[in-house]
Design a protein around this ligand. Structure first.
Ligand code: GTR
Length: 427
């Protein structure tokens, strides 16, 4: 009997815990707590910001500093050696429609070395092509079923026994639905992609990837205000950009930075820091990306910091269950990209990423575009219906469907880039 009672009590408490956990995920608009967004146009010392000069010299730097020290973590400013090595070049790929080039970037510092492998497709007949630049999750060879794409920078026979294992898990072209390569090429754009794990493997371990190349003597992990993985991935994009500046196939003034989900967070953060990216696109970036943290809808700051303790700076963990203590929210991250065009894409069934919170960020950030006399999303507008894109200097769409990147998304991104590059600014 005693045993029975304690088993019953035990199961009841597990049930309660579960229920508690479930009820703490907000999935309905009516459950969103009351909150007030921090003001974009009032500086820390209460100065009203009314011009783009004040934005650039006062407000923008203080916001950038907070995101750096308290959210994503400081990236090293010290330069390390980067060597470029062309691994492969072919002018007749994608049925004669594209040039394919594969390049290794090798970073080294003292005895430590890592490398990242770029896959570059550019359309035949375009002298210097505008490109979409984005990380992939599972390897360059998964973005397209092209037998010539190297796997982790290597030919298949160089992989030895690992080959079967890698290809079984991540077959060639297995992620091609997320990369509308034919469409991109036919529209006159190129694609540059690299596996994000090359720069920092996505696990809670700071002994591998790029971090150790910058450690001071005896250091084993970043300090509380230093870079987590998202900052490391962003840093990797800056280094790809360094390379694209000297790559003759690419128009370095027309590099469109794209990222999905955790890599959408990365794209926004990288775009905020480096204005060489002329357009920034975040797809389903959610918590720590475009979604407003204070809404606590779907994934919360505490969820993301618990499940992915390595993504953000340690300091960001101080805001678990304490979003209102943040002097920033994510609309400010989007605003840091102004006056360059920025696109926030959501999906209707992706409630974990809070589509409405992503929209609010795009809309609120538009206030900064106003300072530049550029049209963003109207401050009185509501979340648009599904599949009704807004293509202004701040772009947005709510695609019907799940957390993913689809052809619909690419159609919008290509159109957005076309409008911007042909008109420059949409007045
Ligand atoms: C989820 C995470 C999200 C998002 C996503 C992804 O598990 O909670 O923040 O980043 O992963 O990257 O696919």
């Amino acid at each position: 009997m005693r045993i029975f009672v304690s088993v019953l009590i035990f199961s009841l408490s597990i049930f309660q815990l579960n229920a508690q956990f479930k009820s703490s995920i907000i999935t309905r608009e009516s459950e969103v707590p009351k909150y007030q967004l921090p003001e974009l146009l009032i500086s820390e010392n209460e100065q009203k910001i009314t011009t783009k000069e004040q934005w650039e010299t006062i407000r923008r730097p203080e916001l950038l500093e907070f995101f750096t020290n308290q959210v994503y973590g400081i990236m090293p400013s010290k330069k390390i050696e980067a060597k470029y090595q062309t691994l492969e070049f072919q002018t007749n790929s994608l049925k004669g429609k594209a040039t394919r080039k594969q390049v290794n970037i090798i970073f080294s510092n003292d005895d430590k070395k890592i490398s990242m492998s770029l896959l570059i497709y550019t359309p035949i007949g375009v002298k210097k092509s505008p490109v979409f630049l984005g990380y992939n999750f599972n390897g360059n060879h998964t973005v397209n079923n092209d037998p010539e794409i190297l796997i982790n920078g290597k030919q298949e026979d160089e992989l030895g026994e690992k080959k079967i294992m890698i290809l079984k898990r991540d077959a060639r072209g297995s992620r091609s639905s997320r990369w509308a390569i034919d469409k991109i090429i036919e529209s006159g754009y190129g694609l540059v992609t690299v596996n994000y794990n090359d720069i920092d493997p996505d696990k809670n371990d700071f002994s591998d990837g790029i971090h150790p190349l910058f450690y001071s003597k005896g250091q084993l992990k970043p300090e509380s205000d230093q870079w987590g993985s998202i900052s490391a991935w962003a840093w990797g994009m800056f280094r790809v950009m360094d390379y694209l500046e000297i790559e003759s196939l690419v128009d370095e003034k027309k590099v469109i930075l794209f990222g999905h989900s955790r890599l959408g967070k990365t794209a926004l953060w990288a775009g905020a820091n480096d204005n060489r990216f002329s357009i920034v696109i975040s797809n389903n970036s959610g918590c720590g990306g475009a979604a407003i943290s204070r809404r606590r809808f779907g994934e919360k700051v505490s969820d993301i910091n618990k499940n992915f303790p390595h993504w953000f700076a340690k300091n960001f963990h101080n805001y678990n269950e304490n979003e209102s203590a943040l002097p920033i929210d994510q609309h400010m991250l989007v605003a840091l990209i102004a006056p360059r065009p920025v696109y926030v894409a959501s999906a209707s069934e992706d409630s974990w990423a809070d589509p409405k919170g992503e929209f609010i960020s795009a809309k609120e950030a538009s206030i900064i575009y106003d300072l530049y006399n550029l049209k963003g999303i109207n401050s009185s507008s509501f979340l648009p219906p599904v599949n009704t894109p807004i293509h202004r200097n701040v772009g947005y769409h709510l695609r019907e469907g799940d957390h993913d990147v689809t052809e619909y998304d690419w159609n919008q991104f290509i159109e957005f880039a076309r409008i911007y590059f042909s008109l420059y600014n949409i007045k």
